[in-house]
Design a protein around this ligand. Structure first.
Ligand code: ADP
Length: 649
């Protein structure tokens, strides 16, 4: 006996005080003080529990010596209290449970407890039902055990199903009423005990049948073991095994006051103690263990989903202070969790008057119960820097409908904001870039027309040359814009064929020469150059953009060199200048959309589109583009194009 109790006490674990368990205590209505629980070491609690257990057993044994009826009543009342306790827990948590295992067991135990209570009251000597004797008590006992064992057998099969609590209650009530009527009024329940002869065959066989049903219950539970917390499962197994032992010892008794009956009742106490440990104690202290592992896992999954969500989650109280945050929120805002919890949320909003006003407006709307979607706000991080977020807020209400807290999501939109800004600048730049060549062109043509008589043929040619050069740069800008729009709309189609690189390079250089005559252009190619498989107009576009940059970002008179050499299945083409160069930090962002670097010679025109278009076109050909540069000494842009397999040109 003692061994069983000691064994079951050994699992009394030191209270682990992580947040989940604490909230579990909180839900169970148990307030735990950290210091207090630490005072109790595992060891001292073990001794105290073992000692209490031993004292209770000795006390019960002494009671049995003094008055067997007292012992019997205490033993039965203990099991009745446990049974009712299980019912109370199961009934009150039924709304939170996805499956009916616990509810079913709870209702079953309520009615088992009721039969056990009647059994206690009907026990010979109690005098509650004077005209009924040992037989009635034994009949009530047997019916209670049938009900209990069959319920234990069926319960695991209900995991994953939902039963209606009311129907379950009515069903058990009817079965129980039928049994009571059969025993007390109709006298149709088989006789269990005959005064003078002892237990009937029915009673003995019943105890064996009940034992078999309980073995079956172990099997059904074992088959569903993955749904149980391992500690709860072990305790329930132990409880069933002890119940079987108890049943077997009851087959042996001759009189309701003999030793087998005493032993049977001790074992019943032990069995119910184990059930108490499994369901009541776990239910109150670690509800997540009891409500089955899948629920615990799901709760962990949800916690994980909240905690590890890629966007920042936070909850703000109606006092305006932050109550809860996830990891992304700490990362986004740059504060530790401890710093964030309790912080007035207003502290997060940047001090610009408009930012504060927007934030205050959002907070007021939240307090009035409004749901806020995708509000753009600038937020200040712990280090003083700021980020743009898109904030969505949902007010959480209490039962009376009052707003108590918020659930908020912040999505970092800083990059998007930057891009939006770049796009706005870009549109401004483009219209400016379109207008200035047009001014030159119309000016030149007008002058040529109106001053025709006064101008020398040489001067007229110069004016028209200027106009032609400007038209070239205009058409180049338009071509780049067209490529950009194709790329954005994912409508970039290449017309690739085997082409001579030499010819394309020559054409691009000729074109650039017409516009920029102050530079020297050098083409360095091996004598035999295999053809590439590319879209000729696109290849020319890439070369033109790179050549134009080389000219724009190097002083007049300097050399611009184009070279090419095969490497594996690719041709590597390079365009070098001896210009201002690009710092390593800038090299990384160069190929992004609308990027223009800070250090640009004044007066150099451009909209930050050329390199982005180059990159998209090169990548569309399956190649890649990169830059090697030393600030102050010039840059070389390299890109690869696939060599043509046919080799026919
Ligand atoms: P842009 O129209 O401004 O020339 P690009 O996309 O062609 O746009 O180039 C982006 C930026 O990269 C330029 O604004 C310039 O700062 C830098 N850049 C490009 N080519 C060179 C080069 N050859 N030497 C130095 N800087 C360059």
């Amino acid at each position: 006996m003692l061994v069983i109790i000691v064994g079951s006490l050994a699992d009394v674990k030191a209270l682990s005080l992580d947040a989940g368990v604490l909230s579990a205590y909180y839900h169970a209505g148990i307030v735990v003080h950290r210091g207090f629980s630490r005072m109790y070491t595992r060891q001292s609690r073990w001794y105290i529990s073992a000692l209490t257990g031993a004292l209770v057993l000795i006390g019960l044994y002494s009671a049995s010596l003094y008055n067997y009826l007292l012992f019997h009543s205490l033993a039965e009342i203990f099991s009745v209290v446990v049974a009712f306790g299980i019912f109370i827990i199961a009934w009150n948590s039924r709304r939170f449970l996805d499956n009916s295992y616990l509810l079913f067991l709870g209702v079953a135990f309520l009615f088992t407890g009721l039969l056990d209570l009647l059994h206690t009251l009907a026990y010979p000597g109690m005098g509650v039902f004077p005209e009924h004797g040992t037989n009635t008590a034994a009949q009530l006992w047997v019916s209670a055990r049938y009900l209990q064992s069959l319920s234990l057998l069926i319960a695991p099969l209900l995991i994953g199903h939902r039963l209606r609590a009311r129907f379950l209650f009515i069903g058990y009530g009817l079965v129980c009423a039928f049994l009571i009527a059969a025993i007390f009024y109709w006298n149709i329940f088989p006789v269990c005990f005959v005064e003078g002869t002892g237990l009937t065959m029915f009673k003995k066989v019943s105890e064996y049948i009940i034992s078999f049903i309980l073995i079956g219950a172990i099997f059904t539970m074992f088959r569903k073991r993955r749904y149980f917390d391992v500690v709860v499962l072990r305790l329930l197994f132990a409880a069933i095994i002890v119940t079987i032992a108890s049943e077997l010892s009851f087959t042996l008794y001759e009189s309701p006051f003999g030793f087998p009956n005493l032993l049977g009742h001790f074992l019943k106490i032990a069995a119910f103690y184990l059930i108490y440990k499994a369901i009541i104690e776990t239910g109150l202290i670690k509800p997540y263990d009891l409500l089955f592992r899948d629920l615990k896992q799901r709760e962990e999954q949800y916690r994980d989903l909240y905690e590890e969500a890629p966007d920042a989650y936070l909850s703000v109280g109606k006092d305006g202070r932050i109550k809860r945050v996830n990891r992304s929120a700490t990362e986004l805002l740059g504060y530790s969790r401890e710093e964030l919890v309790g912080l007035p949320v207003a502290d997060l909003y940047t001090e610009t008057p408009s930012g504060k006003a927007t934030a205050e407006g959002v907070f007021k709307r939240f307090l009035s119960g409004e749901e806020i979607r995708d509000q753009e706000l600038e937020v200040r991080r712990a280090d003083g820097s700021s980020v743009w977020v898109s904030l969505s807020v949902r007010p959480i209400r209490d039962k009376e409908g009052r707003v108590v807290a918020s659930r908020s999501i912040m999505v970092n939109i800083t990059e998007q904001k930057k891009l939006d800004q770049l796009k706005d600048d870009f549109i401004g730049l483009v219209s400016h870039e379109l207008r200035s060549p047009m001014t030159v062109i119309t000016g030149a043509i007008n002058t040529a027309l109106t001053e025709a008589e006064r101008l020398s043929p040489e001067e007229t040619r110069q004016l028209l040359k200027d106009a032609a050069a400007e038209s070239e740069s205009l058409s180049n800008l338009l071509a780049n814009l067209l490529e950009l729009s194709r790329v954005q709309a994912q409508r970039l189609v290449l017309y690739s064929e085997a082409i001579s690189v030499k010819k394309t390079i020559q054409e691009a250089v000729d074109k650039i020469k017409r516009q920029y005559s102050a530079h020297k252009f050098v083409i360095n190619l091996p004598r035999r150059l295999p053809p590439v498989y590319a879209d000729p107009l696109r290849l020319e576009r890439i070369l033109y953009n790179l050549l134009e940059n080389a000219v724009k970002y190097s002083p007049p008179g300097e050399k611009v060199r184009v070279s090419a050499k095969p490497q594996g299945e690719q041709l590597v083409i390079g365009v070098s200048d001896q210009g201002i160069g690009i710092s390593p930090a800038d090299q990384a962002k160069l190929f992004g959309p609308f990027q223009r670097l800070e250090k640009r010679p004044s007066g150099v025109r451009g909209v930050g589109l050329g390199l982005m278009v180059c990159r998209r076109l090169v990548e569309a050909h399956g190649g890649h583009i990169w830059v090697e540069s030393e600030p102050g000494h010039g840059s070389t842009f390299f890109f690869t194009m696939p060599l043509s397999q046919t080799g026919d040109k």
